[in-house]
Design a protein around this ligand. Structure first.
Ligand code: FES
Length: 574
């Protein structure tokens, strides 16, 4: 691979030019105690860190940033740490999804406005992976993604406990009266055992694995537990490698190609990945100028069964996956359907990575002839209720509900759902179809993870543990149930979900990929004519930008002004 000269480095524009401006830049670096030799003639590497005191999954990233810096210095670069928006899922309100594009904009502009030659991106909690990658793709400087790593396995009274998955499971048992307050306090304390991202195949593990499959991490980095000593060693190796990438000018546009995205689709299917991938990978690909559709997810899931036996589709956790062989092991199972010539951040190919892979536990990383589930990881539905698509995770749904006909019970908002769901007078039974609207990208706003709608207490007490649930919301990747999600267009912009009424007959037909309401077209036309668009929610600030520019779920919920287009010019320096 050819190597650039020091004068070709982007940072040379700031530090090595003549004139008063460059003099001032050097002066200010010296003000920080750095000698000229430390910042001139060598790659300046941004360590973009999404650590914060309110981001539990990233609690260790301050220490990891130091490990990255060690590697950068060892390779002859200058590390500079740049803090970026920290999106701790669960704690950030109203939802981190409102801010994924904010983070992406911030990363792009941080890299553009500073004398940076390459970047190591530190993140992992759900939206940080797509946010960091989307920004880096748009700026297109050499970049490595350094995933935070999953938290350690949890266990309660002998049972494996997965973050998120068991939160909902135990909460339902608590509401059904099978678990008491004291037990819930115990579970609260043990179910998230260490720093690191959720240890199930939730959105975080799905997206860090997808970053790995795209070639944007050191091979296999996404499977290393956050608290394993291999993790800081991996972080240091990221620092060392990015310096070489800066000399080689190996950029995201060289790595995230159509073939890499197709590989990621199959990996997502084999992981039994979160339905959120059907939003984030679309957005990542579109930033790179690669158009994928929801049907591409459906097609990959039909071809590639779920092989990773991890909650919520299976019964192991990410630490088990790591010991079983991790992502590179899983990818070796898929060699016949992956493009092995795709390059990764090492400059090598996927074929070389797979040649070194091993699998030590066939129960956790199943062979193709013994998948975790016969149902696919994702199915894409269309019909008069979702003309632009909706998704469901059949592998985490109840098989008997995948073909279902029932009467709608409609809630106009999350607040109304919470207020009425346990009303003893609510007319509902196990054949009903719960519908939540007003939960989409603009309507909620930010398309929160409300899609696993709570079940009525009176049905829980009767032993019912699942119902068909339909919404324009997303669902946490750690959750499960027969939940139809991402209905597009959303109800807030007048999608057909806005027209459903309680009592309408709904038909879910996953084998035929259909979602319909059995309402005559004349009646729908009457309801459409009577429908009134809700007023705008924001008149100022980031919310107003979001409301004006966010696209629908089938387009990845990116802002229309941020997608691939003409390259933004480099800033003038003089
Ligand atoms: Fe951070 Fe799940 S809450 S990864």
């Amino acid at each position: 691979m050819s190597r650039r000269n020091a004068s070709d480095l982007r940072s040379a524009r700031w530090y090595s030019a003549g004139g008063m401006r460059a003099f001032a830049h050097r002066q200010r670096m010296q003000q920080m105690g750095l000698r000229r030799e430390e910042f001139m003639g060598r790659p300046v590497i941004a360590v973009v860190n999404t650590w914060s005191d309110l981001s539990p999954c990233h609690a260790h990233l301050r220490a990891r940033a130091e490990a990255v810096k060690r590697g950068v210095i060892r390779a002859g670069g200058l590390p500079v740490e740049l803090p970026a928006l920290s999106l701790g899922e669960v704690i950030v309100k109203p939802t981190t999804m409102l801010y994924r594009n904010f983070l992406a904009m911030e990363v792009e502009e941080l890299l553009r406005q500073h004398p940076i030659d390459g970047a190591v991106l530190l993140g992992g909690c759900d939206k940080t992976t797509p946010g960091l990658l989307m920004g880096a793709i748009s700026m297109d400087l050499p970049a490595i993604y350094c995933p935070a790593g999953p938290m350690l396995n949890g266990r309660w009274r002998g049972t494996k406990v997965g973050a998120g998955t068991h939160t909902r499971k135990y909460w339902d048992e608590f509401r059904a009266g099978h678990i008491g307050e004291a037990e819930m306090v115990e579970i609260e304390g043990i179910s998230t055992r260490s720093p690191g991202t959720c240890n199930t195949m939730g959105t975080a593990s799905t997206m860090t694995s997808i970053a790995d499959a795209l070639g944007m991490t050191l091979p296999g980095a996404s499977s290393i537990p956050a608290m394993d000593s291999a993790h800081p060693r991996m972080a240091s190796a990221c620092g060392e490698r990015i310096v070489e990438m800066a000399w080689e000018d190996l950029k995201p546009s060289d790595i995230i190609t159509d073939g890499a995205v197709r590989n990621a689709l199959h990996v997502d299917a084999a992981l039994g990945g979160s339905t959120n991938a059907a939003i984030h990978l679309v957005a990542i690909a579109r930033r790179a100028g690669i158009a994928i559709t929801l049907e591409d997810f459906d097609e990959a899931a039909r071809q590639t069964p779920v092989l990773a036996n991890i909650f919520p589709a299976g019964d192991a956790l990410m630490e088990d996956f790591f010991f079983a062989g991790g992502l590179t092991g899983l990818m070796s199972r898929l060699a016949d359907r992956l493009d092995l010539d795709q390059r990764n951040v090492t400059g090598g190919t996927l074929g070389e990575v797979i040649a070194r892979a091993r699998i030590d536990d066939d129960e956790v990383i199943r062979p193709l002839d013994n998948p975790v589930a016969s149902a696919p990881a994702i199915a894409v539905l269309r019909g008069n209720l979702a003309p632009d698509g909706a998704v469901i995770k059949p592998s985490a749904a109840s098989p008997h509900l995948l073909t279902h006909r029932g009467r709608a019970v409609v809630f106009d908002s999350h607040a109304e759902l919470n207020a009425r769901i346990d009303d003893p007078a609510l007319a509902i039974d196990e054949t009903s179809v719960l519908i939540l609207r007003g939960a989409g990208p603009i309507g909620a706003p930010g398309m929160p993870e409300w899609g696993a709608l709570p079940l009525p207490q009176k049905l829980l007490e009767r032993g019912v543990r699942d119902l068909v649930r339909i919404s324009d919301a997303r669902m946490s990747g750690t959750h499960y149930g027969t939940c139809v999600l991402h209905v597009a267009p959303e109800s807030h912009v007048g999608g057909p979900l806005a027209l459903v009424e309680t009592g309408d007959e709904i038909v879910l037909d996953v084998p035929n990929r259909r979602l319909d309401m059995l309402v005559p077209e004349e009646e729908l036309a009457r309801r459409r004519a009577a429908w009134q668009a809700p007023p705008k929610r924001f008149s100022r600030g980031y919310g107003a930008i979001f409301e004006a520019h966010v696209m629908q779920a089938d387009k990845g919920c990116d802002f229309d002004i941020l997608e691939a287009g003409e390259k933004t010019p480099e800033p003038d320096i003089f």
